[in-house]
Design a protein around this ligand. Sequence first.
Ligand SMILES: CC(=O)SCCNC(=O)CCNC(=O)[C@H](O)C(C)(C)COP(=O)(O)OP(=O)(O)OC[C@H]1O[C@@H](n2cnc3c(N)ncnc32)[C@H](O)[C@@H]1OP(=O)(O)O
Length: 308
Amino acid sequence: MVEFRFDIKPLFPQPIIKVASNLLPHTFRGDRRQCLDATSKMSEIIDRLGQLSAISQGLNKPVTTAQRLRMSENQTIYLLADTEAGHNGAVIGLLKVGTKDLYLFDEKGQTRKMEQSPSILDFYVHESRQRAGLGKRLFETMLNEEHWTPVKCSVDRPSEKLLGFLRKHYGLVRTIPQANNFVLYEGFFGDEASQNGSRNGHAASPERTKNGLHITDSPNTQLFGATYLGDETSKQKRFGRRGSESQQHHQQQQQQQAALLQQITQISPNGRYGAPRPTCSMAEIIHAGSASSGKGGGGGSAESNRTK
Ligand SMILES: CC(=O)SCCNC(=O)CCNC(=O)[C@H](O)C(C)(C)COP(=O)(O)OP(=O)(O)OC[C@H]1O[C@@H](n2cnc3c(N)ncnc32)[C@H](O)[C@@H]1OP(=O)(O)O
């Protein structure tokens, strides 16, 4: 449990509070002096929990800090406390979420720009209280507050524990391969966001396919040109598919997606873009770009640059 030198109870009139960029609990009411005091205490809580989360995930620096939250436009932190614990109460969990503009591959391996897409950015329950249903409680509160559904959330480089958590509580198993650190599950693109109660996650930039060339308005296409999808994809489009082949179809799809990921990182354009570069550099550029657009509230870069 994470205890502090001050009494946390005035900050937690209820076990789970929500904190946005003003660094105040959503329930907080007070004069200027009380606000200053509360933000200073809240910063300490967020920094401590963010640090413990990083240590627990083996990251070399925290994904969550008070400073980052202050600078963000559309990120929210949910904090879970046990006000009965110890002398001053204890904070036991943190969940940071936000919306992001992301370039993602759909089930067919085609690029889609998702605007204001719901993302899970950091999640931590203190070691002494894990596997007791507290993570689920925190997550459910967040889903209700944000009006999100789990399958519509992208997850920023999930740990094994979080993958297990999502599998156990929400039956999320089958992922859609991506070229960046975000993990998506099948059903993410289920048309369209509104059908599943999500108010976020708008698809943009419909793509065109011509002679096996995959053409989009994404930076992938703008910088490197169209991607060659191969004959098999065009054949499938032309001839369709019978139901009994669905298992085989799924395997083929997975292989094609893997091949597509490889093609995107291997296409060697002329000029300065032809220079060798690390495998994931494109994803980094794309997400750094969306960060600076201001829409992504910290964009894809701040969190997905988690380094181990
Ligand atoms: C985008 C990101 O934030 S990635 C980083 C995610 N955070 C971490 O990995 C930090 C360490 N882990 C944790 O803080 C927690 O385990 C959390 C936040 C992932 C889950 O919180 P919990 O309170 O443990 O979850 P809850 O009790 O509701 O659910 C338990 C399920 O989560 C998964 N899980 C939780 N702890 C573990 C563990 N030590 N090993 C394997 N799976 C685990 C399992 O599926 C577990 O079900 P099971 O006990 O039947 O196997």
